[in-house]
Design a protein around this ligand. Sequence first.
Ligand code: OOG
Ligand code: NI
Length: 466
Amino acid sequence: MALNLSLSADDIRTLFSDAMSQMYQQEVPQYATLVQLVEDINQETLRTQHALAQQLSQSNEQARLHLERHGAIRVGSAEELNMLGRVFALMGMYPVGYYDLSSAGVPVHSTAFRPIDDASLQKNPFRIFTSLLRLDLIEDPDLRQQASTLLDKRDIFTAKARLLLSQAEAMGRLNTAQAHQFVSEILETFRWQQHANVSLETYQALNKVHPLIADVVCFNGPHINHLTPRALDIDAVQQKMPTYGITSKATVEGPPRRRCPILLRQTSFKALEEPVLFIGEDTKNAHTEAGTHSARFGEVEQRGMALTPKGRALYDELLNRARHTLAATEHNNQQYQQQLVDIFSEFPDDEQSLRSQQLGYFRYQVTQEGLEKTGAISVTDSLESLIEQGWVSGMPIIYEDFLPVSAAGIFQSNLGDSLQSVYHKSADQASFEQALGCPVLDEFELYAKQQQDSIDEVYRILGDNH
Ligand code: OOG
Ligand code: NI
């Protein structure tokens, strides 16, 4: 009978993220080592930071600590992106935000597919950072044509995945057996391909234009290129990577370590060089030529408060200042982090200031004391005065999205120092959305609404009619 129950989108997302995690740890043993390192540091952090441990166990977060937080893929055509949008919708993941990476010399633009409502985020916030190659940025017309022909020839989805997707869309649901089958078919899209769809020579020509172009067009599938667990102390993870035999990228991306964490901090290990078989020149499509390809890595993230547009503008300004003062290199992570701390001393680091200066988003709720006094509280009081009197409290809303400068830093740490060109064509959100088949959601609107909904609920509980 269980077979006829339909699974919720949240359940399907968790099946998917678990299956991806298993597959990736098997395919990339170094990623399994990273997961172990993060787990060790998390346990140590929980042992030493009692307040954090208590807060996590109260919100039932400890049980979900092991869930992967995000992954990333890169696709080549509008049709591929559009199909992914439909696949992820079945898993309760919707496109949020537009990231232009061309200004950082990476010929892609991206969005993050992620859950958007509170309950779904609570269950499993798994996201996929999804990039679309911008063929318009390939200058050489012959190579551009070649890339486009390769993309036209491939289908990155299995026939069964397409069938189950159409059925699910028609019926509005998948039963348990279908959901498992759907996830396992979709896994095929994300699996590593040992066989390239080109000769070594073609691969090298495309790789020379940009390694990401070769990565996207020279294989018959968009292999997942990393997964990312959640660290409770990312600086400790960064520091310990060498002890676990892992080569980390130069520096932790994002804001510095703070008392009130903001946005997103990330670090990763460098992409591995892996064996690949290419089509031999005269062998009629037989894969006889050995070579290597570098794409897959592992990442770690630690998230803090979502910032308002005003808070974000301040973050961008301070980050730019830091990057222009002392650029991060292989050897100066600590120095760079110290500089970040100094420059970010201009960014308030207590909840009261972050709230009153409207730099961050908060979720408000009536406190126990407030609940006991509902009759006595004047609902015309401002939120701030209700908070001052201890009747309402605010908790930071966690940032669920990505940061373009950090993302570019992650991309670049995997491209070697081969090239750092900047494209002079600008962002092109309209054509990204056209490929996707719908507009991307605005992250700020989502956070503002979460905050406003919680305020409305506070006043409703306190007996106001507006
Ligand atoms: C994506 C890099 C960006 C992040 O966490 O910012 C990213 C990629 O390499 O495809 O995953
Ligand atoms: Ni990532």
